[in-house]
Design a protein around this ligand. Structure first.
Ligand code: PRX
Length: 685
């Protein structure tokens, strides 16, 4: 049916004149005003501009209620007022979990780099956007919004001149640095889809991601510098691209003086950028065009390329950044994550830059050159919010408190933790020693797939308590649901179950690259019509959420997510190894470490030392060093069900020495295997 033409609504009139026409704002060629009105007049309209500036004054509690009772009004008004659009959206959301359809701000055109750079370069060009805290303390480099915009444009023009265009995938394999941020934003500017690969991943792991995403180019550095050591990134890229036919260019920036031999595909990035203009018109992108892919581990061996899109992700990360950390204009935000992980994407780059913050890029380690590094940096850079991981905190609390106390931490206002459950000791040390008991400490729960923080205390809500070591409360728009063993919704408080989320939110992932069915199966089928997180949680008697850990075969080593199947796949490549089973076991500092049970072929002899050494190398080469199992136990066989499925639950009980409580073993093919493995383990111990 043809859309009925009606006189333009005030909403569109205002939007068209205010949001897309003003100085420095970009107007998309394409549909004229009349056409836009005709096309959208029959659809529900988002709230008019200005609504959010009224709404956001509501008490936090009322805002949360609005966000779940009237998401269109809540998110629509926030999106209109907080983001700069090139064309207004006509519908706030169009989602259906059961078919994995997630669309936000439908019909809108936007450019994320404009919102992260141009908007601020117009308003405060000399405000510092990035403080690059380089490996050697005291050598930090500051980059203003104007400079970052110019660098981004030069890099974007360089990409364009090498025929990288909208929709092309570009791998970024770089250490934490302004050029890495510019590379992300340059892709965003021209509509290319970046896929950052953490610069600690091996060449094989990098190659697997490049192949899956069919990347056209890689952006890298000659070397990285971390903890006083050099990391040879370019040679890892060279080894990776040998098996990647899709790669047409390798852009190489110089982090150190060390020259690199340039091959046929190599482009000297810094030199090229200096030849290109510092202005690059931003590509108008659909709200739902892809912004980036980020690979993460699941319960099968093949990592998943999680797809995030433009407007919803940007809005969600910028709002969580502001509300969860009590970010205020002019603050220096210190998130020490690597940009290669989702935390770096959302809370080093996109969220803070969209809010016009000064964001810290931390290149070093918590103990370089000594265990006072973080706190010396807090004093020197006057950091207001400090966001770290339980692993780093557990490592640091082992040292004398004088490493903290000798530095002035009075600038700190909010502390945050992410990536894994934070234990009470680490929480209290962070809160009372680092924060002197005066800074709210927020334990933030979220995932690569959620795009931004979903459950965290509300430091801005008046009178709201913060319970130690607990993520506690859903963010705006998040409706957590706990599911029981039979798939039933658990109502009431004091219950534990599988953590699901019942309604879509703007920051959530949209797909798994190249495999939408896997996206549906992994997240929306387990509990039909709900997003399943893979985590378990407890809802306390006060209605607060406590995350209890993964319910699948995913483990968390120093806050890095790993699929046990990925490690098993690497181990199984050894010709003498017919079978393995990997589980995660608790570790004092790293949270969890992999423990590998290995079955060897009968003819390999009595001393497996050489094979085990080879296995360590296999995992380091195929994945990364931190995936190498801390423990190996050679066993004759593995506990299996009659249908051949390995019962890892039993292996966990063997290592935790709780085999007196094995649970249901009726499906075990041969129960005597338990005794056999317990005996082998006792000898190993
Ligand atoms: O198990 C949860 C754990 O980390 C997983 C997500 O890992 P990743 O996608 O790599 O993202 C990490 C950074 C957001 C979750 O499924 N996790 C994350 N934060 C917490 C957590 N577990 C407990 N408490 C947290 N605060």
């Amino acid at each position: 049916m043809a859309a009925r033409c009606s006189p333009g609504t005030r909403f569109f009139k205002t939007l068209l004149s205010c949001r897309t026409g003003g100085p420095g704002q970009y107007r998309t060629p394409g549909l004229c005003e009349q056409q836009l009105r005709c096309r959208f007049s029959s659809l529900p309209s988002p709230p008019p501009p200005g609504t959010w500036s009224q709404l956001h004054r509501l008490p936090h509690r009322d805002l949360y209620r609005l966000s779940v009772t009237d998401p269109d009004r809540f998110w629509g008004s926030a999106a209109v007022d907080r983001l700069r659009w090139m064309r207004p959206f006509h519908q706030v959301r169009d989602c259906d979990f059961s078919s994995g359809k997630i669309n936000w701000f439908v019909g809108g055109k936007i450019n994320v780099s404009v919102n992260c750079l141009d908007v601020h370069a117009e308003n405060h060009p000399d405000r510092v956007a990035l403080i690059w805290e380089r490996d050697e303390p005291g050598t930090e480099v500051k980059v203003t919004y104007r400079e970052l915009l110019e660098t981004t444009c030069r890099l974007a023009n360089t990409l364009k001149s090498h025929e990288i265009k909208k929709g092309d995938r570009v791998a970024i394999y770089m250490p934490v640095s302004p050029i890495a941020v510019a590379a992300m934003l340059a892709c965003a500017r021209i509509g290319a889809v970046h896929t950052m690969v953490f610069a600690g991943f091996s060449s094989e792991a990098l190659a697997a991601k490049i192949q899956d995403a069919q990347c056209k180019a890689v952006i890298t550095c000659n070397q990285g510098v971390r903890g006083g050591r050099l990391i040879h990134l370019k040679s890892t890229v060279d080894a990776a691209v040998r098996s990647c036919t899709s790669i047409q260019h390798i852009f190489v920036s110089q982090r150190t003086e060390q020259p690199v031999v340039m091959g046929e595909l190599d482009v000297p990035l810094d030199e090229m950028m200096s030849q290109h203009a510092s202005v690059c018109p931003p590509e108008p992108l659909d709200s739902e065009d892809s912004l980036f892919l980020l690979y993460t581990s699941g319960s099968t061996g093949k990592p998943k390329g999680i797809v995030h899109t433009q407007a919803g992700y940007l809005l969600y990360t910028s709002m969580t950044h502001q509300y969860v950390f009590d970010y205020r204009d002019g603050d220096v935000f210190g998130c020490v994550a690597d940009v290669g992980w989702i935390t770096g994407h959302s809370y080093v780059v996109y969220g803070p830059l969209c809010n016009g913050a000064t964001t810290v890029l931390f290149e070093s380690t918590p103990v370089y050159p000594d265990p006072g590094r973080y706190w010396e940096m807090v004093e020197r850079l006057r950091i207001n919010q400090f966001y770290s991981t339980p692993t780093a905190l557990r490592l640091l609390l082992k040292y004398d408190d004088c490493w903290v106390k000798k530095y002035d931490r009075s600038s700190l206002r909010t502390l945050g933790s992410v990536g894994e459950p934070i234990n009470h000791e680490a929480w209290h040390w962070f809160h009372s020693v680092v924060g002197e008991g005066r800074c709210p400490l927020v334990d933030t729960w979220w995932q690569t797939e959620t795009g931004g923080i979903c459950i965290a205390p509300h430091p801005l809500e008046e009178g709201a308590p913060i319970i130690p070591a607990m993520a506690m409360r859903p963010f705006f728009g998040i409706q957590p649901v706990l599911m029981g063993e039979k798939g039933e919704t658990l109502t009431g408080d004091s219950v534990s179950g599988a953590l699901c989320i019942s309604q879509p939110w703007p920051g959530m992932a949209r797909s798994i690259y190249g495999d939408h069915q896997r996206f549906i199966d992994a997240y929306f089928k387990v509990y039909h019509g709900y997003y399943f997180t893979g985590d378990g949680a407890h809802r306390s008697e006060d209605g607060y959420y406590q995350i209890t850990g993964r319910m699948d075969d995913v483990i968390n080593v120093s806050g890095h997510r790993l699929g046990t199947a990925e490690i098993e796949d690497a181990l199984d490549e050894h010709p003498a190894v017919p079978e393995t089973a990997v589980i995660g076991i608790p570790h004092d500092i790293k949270g969890e470490v992999p423990f590998a049970f290995v079955v060897l072929k009968e003819d390999v002899g009595d001393d497996p030392t050489a094979i085990l050494q080879h296995l360590r190398g296999l995992v380091a080469n195929k994945i990364t060093k931190y995936a190498v199992p801390e423990h190996f136990l050679v066993v004759k066989r593995l506990p299996k069900t009659r249908s051949g499925k390995i019962m890892r639950r039993i292996l966990r009980k063997v290592v935790l020495e709780t085999t007196n409580d094995l649970g249901d073993v009726s499906t075990l093919d041969d129960p005597s295997v338990v005794k056999e493995i317990v005996e082998t383990y006792e000898l190993y111990r």
